[in-house]
Write a protein that binds this ligand. Structure first.
Ligand code: AGP
Length: 609
């Protein structure tokens, strides 16, 4: 999630913009920049690294201009460096833009602009396409050029633009990613997030999807995509700074749970061509490479390890290559069998987990090909890998990982499908079917989120239990581990997960009247087995909360309560099954009054052994 701030008024814009950008730093950033409309054209200053680097680079320089836009970048496309930082300018310097989101058809537009207008691109971002496109369409009225440009773009994006010849105007367009306009005294603002403006304005307009906002110092106009002027209620914001950083959610964890529809879509769609075929840009695995691999290791810690467990199912099912999943702190010390025919996959949200990083180094030293699935661009794990598959989850602030997990699953499914098609172990039709299932995930996740009140009421019944078991079979057992970790790390309830078939080999001895068991039974082909396991624990008078696909009525006979997920193919249920478990953990911890975003004894990134 990048940050956008714009100002037009009668004060010098630069300090106001930078101050606003600093309020967005919590979202993560790896570069920042400003564009000012001055009497001698547009001046752009941008720098990789913290906002302090940008401030240092302009110290002592005259940064005049009463209209300007600024940006903090959370890199997703193109590594974090000065050239890829925003703002981006049109080739003639007429236009500058800042952008948040993805232009899905940027590659086509880039080629068109090169061929038809001779545009020379200087960055490897999708965002620069917006500046160049508006630049070639501009005929003196910025909003006209923006409209025309938007009609040619596809994706989820919000951007702001300024033009050298219209020194008091800022134009912004919203599609999917957030945008607000702030009303000042003889000045006006735009921002991706209320946090940036709280110091200057508490009267805002919420900009809806497919709307354009035109700001000058004395007025804000909002238009819909048919260029009809929209009347909009002023919203008075009473958030504290802390609240604003959470976008109005009580905790970062709840905000990040609710960001999953968007970030799952972003992580998926960026790797699908218009025809739905997979392109894994930045990953150079060829059919020849794959035919050489005799073993795949997936190595990670915590939630990332649990994503690896699902990845194992996917790769073995689609690509038919044996996969061993290992906890990084174990892998390092068991002298694993690794050679040049090994593919080592590291999964890490932070890209700084020491156990994972050291395991990667060990595998690399023994000749393995290293591919990592990472969220933080430019992190240590990413830098030391041969190929990097980025999850585009945006900054994950809460210690308990949620959106990183579901976007890691998306990457594992895409990788497994890609390998399967390269190796010919799945048909194009089957691949298209699974891609179709994955494309429905954002909406289906949203359906579960919309029904979270049911999960909240169940959590209120169970929040004071002192032990809770998660059971499942097949890929549900992998999700059971993640659901159990979510619960224990933020509620401190003693929770454990076990493959349901394993119960009879010892754990069932722990079942007592009213023991709580959360049974995941989403796999059609394993349902009967799961049903028997649930009956086993029910016979010991356990309290059973089952999670099944909608339409499953039989489960009610053996469950105290049931949570339904939207129907989908067995292969991809983990992306949905985990959502109610994340919400359950959150609401239980909230009922217990725990510090949800910063649980005791835990750190967001464990950079020690
Ligand atoms: C998950 O909720 C925990 N915060 C923790 O288990 C985490 O997944 C683990 O430390 C790995 O972190 P990484 O993904 O940044 O490597």
């Amino acid at each position: 999630m990048c940050g956008i701030v714009g100002y037009t008024g009668h004060e010098q814009a630069c300090p106001i913009i930078i101050d606003g950008l600093k309020k967005l730093e919590y979202r993560g950033y790896d570069s920042a920049g400003v564009a000012l409309v001055t009497s001698r054209g547009i001046k752009v200053r941008k720098k990789a690294g913290r906002i302090a680097n940008l401030e240092e680079s302009i110290r002592g320089e005259r940064m005049e201009g009463t209209t300007g836009i600024g940006h903090t970048r959370w890199a997703t496309h193109g590594s974090p460096n000065d050239l890829n930082a925003h703002p981006h300018m049109s080739m003639g310097g007429q236009i500058a833009i800042v952008h948040n989101g993805i232009i899905e058809n940027y590659a086509e537009l880039r080629e068109e602009l090169k061929k038809d207008y001779g545009i020379e691109f200087i960055s490897d971002t999708d965002s620069e396409v917006i500046a160049q496109l508006i630049g070639v369409l501009y005929e003196g009225k910025l909003e006209d050029a923006v409209y025309e440009a938007v009609s040619r773009m596809r994706g989820a994006y919000t951007f702001a633009a300024v033009a050298a010849d219209e020194p008091e105007k800022m134009v912004a367009y919203r599609k999917d990613t957030p945008l607000i306009a702030g009303i000042g005294r003889d000045c006006n603002f735009i921002a991706s997030d209320m946090t940036a403006l709280l110091k200057y304005s508490s009267d805002i307009y919420l900009i809806e999807n497919d709307e354009m906002v035109v700001c000058t110092p004395d007025k804000i106009q909002i238009f819909n995509k048919d260029r009809k002027r929209m009347d909009r209620q002023v919203l008075k914001v009473t958030w504290s700074m802390e609240d604003a950083e959470k976008g109005g959610y009580q905790h970062f964890m709840l905000k990040e749970i609710n960001e999953q529809p968007r970030v799952v879509k972003e992580t998926l769609e960026r790797r699908l061509n218009a025809d739905g075929k997979i392109h894994l840009d930045g990953i150079e695995l060829t059919a020849e490479d794959l035919s050489k691999f005799t073993k795949i290791y997936i190595v990670a810690c915590g939630t990332a390890y649990h994503a690896g467990l699902v990845g194992k199912y996917a790769i073995e099912k689609f690509a038919r290559i044996p996969v061993e999943v290992d906890i990084a702190s174990e892998f390092r010390y068991r002298d694993p069998f690794v050679d040049e025919n090994t593919l080592f996959i590291a999964i890490s949200q932070s890209g700084e987990t020491l156990d994972t990083l050291m395991s990667l180094r060990e595998a690399k030293s023994k000749g393995a090909r290293v591919l990592s699935v990472v969220n933080v661009v430019g992190s240590s794990v990413a830098r030391e890998s041969d190929d990097v598959f980025y999850t585009w989850a945006g900054p994950e602030i809460a210690v308990a990982s949620t959106k990183a997990y579901t976007t890691q699953l998306i990457c594992m499914y895409l990788l497994a499908l890609y390998m399967g098609t390269l190796r010919g172990t799945i048909t194009e039709e089957y691949c298209d079917t699974i891609i179709g299932e994955l494309r429905q995930m954002p909406d289906k996740i949203q359906q579960i989120l919309d029904g979270s009140h049911k999960i909240e009421s169940i959590a209120k019944l169970l929040y004071n239990r002192n032990s809770i078991f998660f059971i499942g079979r097949g890929v549900d057992s992998a999700v059971a581990y993640e659901g159990s970790l979510k619960l224990k790390e933020i509620s401190y309830i003693n929770s454990s997960a076990i493959a349901a078939g394993e119960l009879k080999h010892g754990t069932i001895a722990l079942m007592e009247p009213d023991t709580t068991v959360i049974a995941l039974a989403t796999q059609d082909r394993l349902f009967e087995k799961m049903y028997s396991n649930i009956e086993e624990v029910r016979a010991r008078h356990a309290h059973i909360l089952s999670v099944v696909k909608e339409g499953n009525k039989m489960i009610r006979k053996v469950s105290t309560d049931v949570i339904y997920i939207p129907a989908c193919a067995d292969e991809v249920t983990p992306i949905l099954t985990i959502i109610p478990l994340q919400l359950f953990a959150y609401y239980v911890a909230r009922e217990r009054g725990e510090n949800i975003d910063k649980p005791r004894n835990l750190a967001k990134s464990v950079t020690v052994e």
